[in-house]
Design a binder for this molecule. Structure first.
Ligand code: SF4
Ligand code: SF4
Length: 443
């Protein structure tokens, strides 16, 4: 049989819909430029755990030359989806999208074999898609923190029953606010002579753990004469679902968000969480086999901007209030590699009187957060966090970034090393400077 006929009769090892797209893996020229920037390859020197190796294994499985077993699943699951490889790839291989499509196949195979993780299903299908349940989870965590229960649990050593990674995260959980910004912010924050109207995407992790950053974002926007809409029917962006391979649930969430924001008629959709921003901009990927929703997703995604991107695009008002800080900036993977946003947050920080921006070596290397990677692969995540902490300049008093997952991870690093360092979002510093000028909503 000729090789061509053999390939036609061979069964793919990715039998479900929405499989890895051959157009994506076929452009890999095996040059290996991506190897040296891949954090998992740097740690393990294992070709299977490099971008080139992963792309090749996905190709082999796609063509039915190898089965969908541990030899493929492990490399696909240990990928951070950090996209550092995409930033250096001369052929434009969409490694992240390929990994996510392959994870979709792994997820569906597990569902078919009834091996899907119960915890993952509980959080991804049972809590994140439902704002009321997410709010209840936030309230529960707040009760845990404020009722004295946290002190008792810590004192009795009950936390020892948790896996190490979850126990560590419990230790750096920020103080949960009583309300999420999605609830407290008005549905529309008008401004005099608006330059633009935008919809604020409040996110899940951001709004449960850092709702004050969403409030700061709204203040910063109105200070720049931008009218803010906060559509109350918005849902989780689905980024964590895509990471975990649950693409169908991600599609359901995306459909609601697309309808809600397009109906709102806003010119831009603003996000301050890098992981969510990348997911929102990549909605068209989820609908590549559905022309109707694909068209709507393209319209939606074209309006999405990271807050730093929008502020620079709109020639933001230069802040005047002094904020005396020596800071360094960590590039969240999904901001720099997935969205190409590097200069904008730095331009904002450098515009703030009193802020000194100290360069961070290898600032684009992943901190190990990567969605829930720090919970699923604690050892690799821990090693990457250690490297990030080693790189932080000694002279700073804060490390700044644009993603809540990185903020939680860096808080963990700061706590472990008992350093006197704040972990902040770019918008918090800009807001602090504007606040010194006496900013209120809508002025
Ligand atoms: S993914 Fe890109 S950089 Fe890596 S081997 Fe393939 S073509 Fe080269
Ligand atoms: S996305 Fe990150 S971890 Fe995954 S292959 Fe690329 S560089 Fe490596």
């Amino acid at each position: 049989m000729s090789t061509q006929i053999e390939a036609m009769v061979r069964q793919t090892s990715f039998p479900f819909a929405d499989a890895p797209d051959p157009a994506k893996f076929s452009v890999c020229v095996h040059c290996g430029f991506c190897l040296e920037v891949c954090p998992t390859y740097q740690e393990e020197s294992n070709e299977s755990h490099s971008p080139r190796g992963r792309v090749y294994l996905i190709k082999l499985a796609s063509e039915g030359l190898i089965p969908l077993d541990e030899g493929v699943v492990s490399p696909v699951e240990t990928c951070l989806d950090c996209r550092a490889c995409e930033s250096v790839c001369p052929s434009g291989v969409q490694v992240g999208a390929l990994i996510e499509e392959a994870r979709g196949q792994v997820y569906l195979a597990r569902v078919e074999n009834k091996k899907a993780s119960g915890i993952q299903k509980l959080f991804l299908r049972g809590i994140f898609p439902y704002p009321a349940r997410l709010h209840a989870l936030g309230s529960l965590l707040r009760f845990y923190q404020r009722s004295g229960m946290q002190r008792i649990v810590r004192g009795t050593g009950l936390l020892r029953v948790l896996p190490d990674a979850m126990r560590e995260m419990e230790g750096v959980m920020p103080e949960i606010s009583a309300q999420r910004a999605l609830t407290t912010l008005p549905e529309r924050i008008p401004v005099a002579q608006p330059k633009r109207s935008v919809g604020l995407f409040t996110g899940c992790v951001m709004d449960v753990f850092f709702s004050q950053i969403n409030e700061a974002t709204a203040r910063v926007l109105t200070k720049n004469h931008i009218e803010v809409h906060v559509p109350k029917r918005q849902l989780c962006c689905g980024a964590l679902h895509v990471h975990a391979g649950d693409r169908e649930q991600a599609r359901q969430l995306a459909k609601t968000n697309i309808d809600v924001f397009l109906e709102e008629g806003v010119e831009r959709i603003i996000i301050n969480a890098a992981g969510c921003g990348a997911a929102l901009k990549e909605y068209p990927e989820l609908f590549k086999d559905d022309p109707v929703w694909h068209e709507k997703a393209v319209d939606f995604s074209a309006r999405v901007r990271d807050i730093s991107e929008l502020l620079v695009e709109e020639n933001f008002e230069k802040p005047k209030g002094r904020v005396e800080r020596r800071v360094t900036y960590h590039d969240a993977c999904h901001l720099c590699h997935a969205q190409g946003i590097r200069k904008e947050p730095r331009a904002i920080l450098q515009s703030i009187p009193g802020v000194t921006l100290v360069p961070l070596p290898d600032s684009e290397r992943c901190c190990g957060s990567a969605g829930i990677y720090n919970l699923t692969h604690p050892e690799m995540a821990g090693n990457l966090l250690e490297r990030k902490m080693d790189d932080l300049p000694e002279t700073i008093d804060a490390v700044v970034m644009g993603n809540p997952g990185c903020m939680l991870q860096l808080r963990l690093g700061v706590k472990k090393r008992q350093q006197d360092l704040d972990v902040l979002h770019t918008v918090e510093l800009l807001d602090a400077s504007y606040q010194k000028e006496g900013v209120t909503y809508g002025n």
